[in-house]
Structures are given as C-alpha cells and as structure tokens.
Design a protein. Structure first.
Length: 220
C-alpha cells in the first residue's frame, strides 16, 4: 500500500484538483495517443510549490528539497538504461533531468510542447487567494474563471499526447524518459488511463501499454 501523502503532496493534489477538465470535453483522438511504453518524471519541488502558488511558465528554480528529490530520482532510476530524455524547457525540469542524464549518459532533448499549463495573469499568485477572491470551494475547478490569456485544457491535452507519441514513435524500441510537469502527467493519465492520480515531485513513473489499456507504476 502507498504511504500517506505529506502536506506538500496534499498541496500538489489540491492544485491538480482545481485545475482540471470540466465535464463534456471530447476525448483525445486515437491517432494522437502514444501506444509505446515510456517513463515519466515530474520536476523536483520549487519554492512556488511549497507556497502553493501558480507557476506555469514562470521559470522558478528547484529549492534545496527539489535538488535532493532529483538526486534521489537519479538513484531510483540507476538500473534503467535510458537512451534519451525528452524535457520541457522549464529550468526546474531541465535541472531535475540533468541528474538522470549525468547518471545514465542519455542526451536531453527539449520539447516546448511539454511545457506546463499556463494560467495567464494568475501565474505567481497564491492558489488560495485566487479561490477566495472568486468564491470557489476547496475542490471547485478554476476553469470557469481562468483569464482569457490562459491555456485551454482541451487544447493542452492533445498537444501533450501528440508530443509523447511523436517521440515514442520516432524512437521505437528505445527507452525514453519524459521529464515535465504535474499537469502534463495529468493530461497523460486522463487520456491513457482515465484516472487522475497524484504526481509526486521527482518520483519516476512507468507507462506501459497492455492488452486492455495501460499500466502505470511508480518506480522506487
């Protein structure tokens, strides 16, 4: 059984719960979905994560905890022979990925399509302050009150899936690590598994297709 979530992990889940797709959105077209196995790693913790702020495209670096988490991820993945690491361009992701690249010798490729969900003028603000200002309850979605310059979830999800499919198809037979963000993980799990599990900081996950769909396992 998994261990109980820490306060920081609960804060992460709270962010995921308020930034989510509303009912009635179309499913991602099958030709955009990856169908080959890959590994996934979210970046380590940043100060914005700790303070429960929207960070999206803001280039917030890892804090000390995040660096330690990234180093631990490299140790957890030491038995895996990655041939390539595909990373979001965000500094917090590249820094996390650099520890795995150093340990494995795998090159890092940057793909801007793996960038985090952008919440427009909400970026940098505390999640609780925004929710209070708009009268949202703890688990209400913020999709209905996002500013006009924010990303659209129904556009981000196929973008993420198509990016992963592009890399896994282009390098079929290789062992790929996708390094990105929490809501990138959410887009993939919603589309491939139909669930919304929490994505912990710098904890590796393995996505593997099976005859009935997909398996998702934490790598520890």
């Amino acid at each position: 059984m998994p261990s109980p979530p820490t306060p920081i992990e609960e804060s992460l889940q709270a962010l995921h719960d308020v930034v989510q797709a509303g009912p009635g959105l179309d499913r991602v077209a099958s030709h955009l979905l990856p169908n080959r196995a890959f590994y996934f790693l979210r970046h380590g913790e940043t100060q914005y994560n700790r303070e429960r702020r929207f960070q999206g495209s803001i280039d917030v670096p890892l804090n000390e905890t995040g660096v330690a988490q990234a180093r631990q991820a490299a140790r957890n993945l030491s038995g895996h022979k990655f041939t390539r690491i595909i990373s979001s361009p965000a500094n917090r992701v590249l820094k996390t990925a650099s520890f795995i690249a150093e340990a494995s010798g795998a090159p890092i490729h940057i793909d801007a399509d793996l960038m985090e969900f952008y919440v427009g003028s909400f970026e940098g603000q505390r999640i609780t302050a925004i929710m209070k200002a708009y009268g949202l309850a703890k688990h209400d979605s913020i999709m209905s009150i996002l500013p006009d310059d924010a990303d659209k979830w129904h556009e981000l999800v196929p973008r993420i899936c198509a990016a992963v499919k592009r890399w896994t198809d282009r390098h079929a037979g290789e062992t790929l690590l996708i390094a990105a963000h929490g809501l990138v993980f959410r887009a993939l799990t919603e589309s491939l598994i139909g669930e919304r599990p929490a994505c912990l900081h710098a904890v590796p996950y393995h996505f593997r297709p099976n005859e009935n769909g997909w398996d998702l396992n934490k790598v520890e």
